[in-house]
Design a protein around this ligand. Sequence first.
Ligand SMILES: *Cc1c(COP(=O)(O)O)cnc(C)c1O
Length: 399
Amino acid sequence: MSGSQQSTAEDQSGRRSTGRAGIATSIFTEMTELARRTGAVNLGQGVPDLDSPPALLREVAEAVLAGHNQYPPAHGLPELRQAVAAHQQRRYGLDYDPDGEVLVTTGATEALAAALLALTGPGDEILTLDPAYDAYPAGARLSGATLVTVPLVPDGDGFALDTDALRAAVTPRTRVLVLNSPHNPTGKVLRRDELAAVAALCRDHGLTVVTDEVYEHLVYDGGSHLPLAALPGMRDRTVTISSAGKTFNVTGWKVGWICAPAPLLAAITSVKQFLTYASGTPYQRALAHMLGAVEPWARELRGLLRGNRTLLGEGLAAAGLRPYRAESGYFMQADIRPWGYRDGFTFCRELPGLAGVVAIPTSAFRQGADPAPWLVRFSFCRRTEELRRAVTKLAAAAP
Ligand SMILES: *Cc1c(COP(=O)(O)O)cnc(C)c1O
C-alpha cells in the first residue's frame, strides 16, 4: 500500500481517507447529511425507493417462518446456483456448472472484493474505466494492487470509450480488467464493437476480466446487455458478477453471485469463505424461485424507471441543466455550466440551499484526471412524486 493512499488529509475532491484501506468518508456521507439537515429532496444516493415483487417478499417471510435460518452451504443454496446457471444459459447462451462454476456471495460487493483479493496482489495492476464504482479502488487498496484507469469521455450527450487508450494502458503488470457495463454512474452500455475490442485486447494480453453486471436487467430503449463472457474466447478468462439488489429493488438483502470457470472460481471461493463464509439463507431460497421469472418483472421495472428518466431528463432540461443520455441503470448526469458553475463539488454543496435538491458530483467517482468536472449525477430510482418535486424545485431555482 502506498503512502499517498494512506493519507488522512482531505484531498481536493473532498474525499477523506481513513484506515488501513484508505476507505473514504465520502461526499456521499456529506450530501446525505446535508439532505437530512436541509430537508432537500435527495437525488444523490443510489438507493432505490421502489417496490419489489410481492411474491418474492412473501417467500422470504415464509422461508424465515419455516425455519430456513441457518448457514447455507459455502457456495450458496444449490437451487439458487441452478437458477443462476439457468439464467445465464437462457439469456446469454452461457453454460456454467452450478457445482463448481457458480458461487453465491454477500452482494456483488463481496464478489468484487473476493475476486480482486484472489486474483491480484502487491505489484499487480488492475485496469478499469473512469469514473469507477467505489468498490474497485477500495478492492485494489485491500489487495495491495494499483488501480489504473482509462477515462470515459463526454461525447455529445453520452460517453465514449477510447479502446486504443485502454489497450495502451495495459502493462506487463496488468493482471485484471474490471469492466462495468451497464456502467455506473454514466449509464453507458458498451456496444458490441466496443466489447469486441475489449475482448481482443484481453485475449492478446492474457488478461483475466472481472465484470460487474448488476444493472444487466436495466437497459432501456430496446438496447440489450451482452456479457463479455459471451464473446469468442472470453468465457474461460472472465469472472462474471451480478446481484439481486438492483434487479428486484432489494439492495438490503445483499445477495450476489459469480459465474466463472472452475479454476478461477476455486481461487475466489477460498477467499470468500473467510470474508463471510455464507449468508442470506431465506433470501437465497426466495431468489432461486424468482430468478426464473425475472423477465416479466424486469420489463415492468424498466417501464417505471424509463418514465422516471423522462421526467427527470425533461425537468433538468427545463431548468437549464443539460442532461446526458442515461442508457441504463439509475442515474443521469447533467452539465451544470449553464447555471454558471464549472465544478460539481461546489454546485452540489450549494444546490440544497439554492433549490432544495441533493445531487452528487460525478467527479466523486473519478480516480484520474477528470475531463468533465462540470458533471453532476442525479438518481431516478426514486418515487415518481419525489422526482416531480425535485424538478419543480429545480425549475423554480433556475437562474
Ligand atoms: C450497487 C452496485 C454494486 C453493489 O451491489 P451489491 O449487490 O449491493 O453488493 C456493485 N456495482 C455497481 C456498479 C453498483 O451500482
